[in-house]
Design a protein. Structure first.
Length: 102
């Protein structure tokens, strides 16, 4: 029953926040940025699953292959994450510096 009171309050807080922030704080996400973000999330999820299942994988004799896969995933996630972050910062800077009369 309490949930019915919380939802309207959240909507009021959201519209109050939207009134105080009339312009978006970040650039709209481009397809390229979205692709990098999705790839990063998938790679980090795979790293998490591989790390969580490390004991059974290592005991099955696949430890060396799994270690190599983990290392490749970690390095690739580092590269993709860095590239995504650089592109996102550039897009946000360009968005903030644009002419607001458009």
């Amino acid at each position: 029953m309490m949930g019915w009171r919380i939802i309207p309050a959240l909507h009021r807080w959201k519209s109050a926040l939207a009134d105080r922030l009339p312009a978006p704080m970040a650039a709209p996400e481009t397809p390229q940025l979205r692709g990098f973000r999705v790839a990063l999330v998938v790679q980090l999820a795979a790293l998490g699953l591989l790390t969580a299942a490390w004991e059974p994988i290592a005991s099955s004799g696949m430890g060396r292959i799994a270690a190599l896969v983990w290392l490749v995933l970690a390095l690739n996630a580092l590269m993709v994450g860095t590239r995504w972050l650089v592109l996102k910062i550039r897009a946000d800077d360009a968005w903030a510096a644009r002419d607001h009369d458009e």
